[in-house]
Design a protein around this ligand. Sequence first.
Ligand SMILES: [Zn+2]
Length: 468
Amino acid sequence: MSINLRPYQDTMLGDVRQAYAAGRRSPLLVAPTGSGKTVCFSYIAANAAAKGNRVLILVHRAELLRQTSETLTAFEVPHGLIASGVPETDEAVQVASVQTLVRRLSRMKWAPTLIVVDEAHHATATTGHGQVLKHFADARVLGVTATPERLDGQGLGIEAGGFFDELVMGPTVSELVELGHLSRPVVFAPPGAVDLSGIKTVAGDYSKGDLAAAMDKPVITGSAVTHYRKHCDGAPAIAFCASVKHAEHVAEAFRAAGYSAASIDGTLDADTRAQRIADLGSGALHVLTSCEIVSEGTDIPRVSAAILLRPTQSLGLYLQQVGRALRPFPGKERAVILDHVSNCHRHGLPDDDRQWSLDSKPRRQRKQDDDADPVKQCSECFAVHKPAPICPSCGYVYPVKAREIEQVDGSLEEVKRIAREKAKQEQSKAQTLEDLQRIAAARGYKPAWAEHVYKARQSRQEQWRASR
Ligand SMILES: [Zn+2]
């Protein structure tokens, strides 16, 4: 099977080629989870190997090793694996677990011409990725990541002590949503009893021990169950928790509420973990809870909700978690994000366009998260969205403060009228019952609303025809 690329993937690869042609040695390709990064770098690896080059693909987790190998196999690209317990072979393309490769570096008998670094935000001087890149200093490098940002704010660029010399920007989340390659994220941030005061910051993020104590409370867990029932009852969901115990307690609460729920953590054997992930993928499990184990690289397209119960200062971790729910799947109309920890206020909405840089971020800017676009929260349904006069989820028309009315030189009624007009315009553009149903879903109306509007329209048309 030849590799068929989507048009934007073609563009992405063209931009990578252009970077090399312009004399760059180590571009970093930035593209969201779900954009098909593995397909793209498999394509590059296949082409490089066809020209007689040796290619090393670096991954840092067993799941990613398996996924990459499966993609290469599907594309009929012969490849070997460098992983513990796997015999070495001499194909031109090798997929390597970083941990295993680091141990074998000193006795490597060949050197790659190209190194592809998956999840390249881990590639810093002090990590295993860094050791490999330093060892093969003559190789060309292609970094690939959704979030070119390190937790400590240090940049990934050469000038900041990293390995990459140019950013190549792939499509944004909002572009992929428009193209139908990602589900539209809808964020609800129910108010809760989360109190992060007094929680220390360790190595750039909240101290895990403190977090578990702050989050593992029946009132917060109860709120998670209530809002899951309200916004995405029965949908396959992943809950991101602050500790292994916390994850177990959240799973217990969902089971007590009548859902099928389980937790996974690093202490379980690989088979049990794989089984529970498979159960979520088959629909046998409603909710899978975990402390970090499923944030990165776990690909279960059926998952249509992410329950955030672990506050993080890492934009990367937040986007990785949310990304688990954004994969498109037949019948999945939107991805529900239940944010109980204000991550969307801290980091912005999942589909905000972001300005990335290879440089280090100044400390102050990191704290304030200047990158985040302003968001508005509905007081009726707790949806968090881009600023708008009406809530796109439930249709609530925001009251306008007196001061703002003076500013816009109008009245409250005027603003309400404009909001109503906008809603009506959208409605009148809807041609079919399906269009109306989409509007109903987007506004959180009952499905009967669409039928009501549609029927009313048809009877008006009939009357009009009869009157002629
Ligand atoms: Zn609302």
